[in-house]
Design a binder for this molecule. Structure first.
Ligand code: RB5
Length: 150
């Protein structure tokens, strides 16, 4: 079942290495009548992923977007940045199985993709799985409650 809510867009952010895949995903979301909000970057010009990850993470935390999709070359830098935010659970996924488990077990609210290491067709399957898998709750809720610090 879809985790998309009709009143909130899906957030997207990337650096230059994720820009092209982000554009493909935006086209896919539009084709599915899913609204989205893009926090940049807006070209393949070299840039710094935290400049786009932090605004997207803040929007996830304040509830103005849900969920979000983030992309850099490896996925690591942007995931590290997003996960500095206490209200963010960003999951780096390169298979549909990882995306399913990130939702079922971790209630991930940001899907992170490695733009330079993933085929766009696989990426769209991962997006589809992430957006259509619900959190299982139960023992997993207890565990994610222990993640935040401070
Ligand atoms: C950019 O060259 C690259 O370092 C970035 O996209 C990402 O892979 C960092 O983690």
């Amino acid at each position: 079942m879809s985790i998309i809510t009709s009143d909130r867009p899906v957030g997207l952010c990337s650096d230059h290495a994720g820009y092209e895949l982000k554009s493909i995903i935006e086209g896919y979301l539009t084709s599915q009548n899913i609204i989205w909000e893009d926090f940049g970057t807006d070209s393949t010009d070299s840039c710094d992923y935290p400049d786009y990850a932090h605004p997207c993470a803040l929007a996830v935390e304040n509830g103005s977007v849900y969920p979000a999709i983030a992309i850099c070359g490896t996925g690591n830098g942007i995931a590290m940045t997003l996960n500095k935010h206490q209200g963010v659970r960003a999951a780096l996924c390169w298979s549909t199985e990882l995306a399913r488990l990130a939702r079922e077990h971790n209630n991930a609210n940001v899907l992170v993709l490695p733009g330079r290491f993933i085929d766009p067709t696989v990426a769209l399957d991962i997006v589809d799985t992430f957006l259509n898998t619900e959190f299982e709750g139960g023992r997993h809720q207890r565990r994610i409650d222990k993640i935040p610090v401070g």
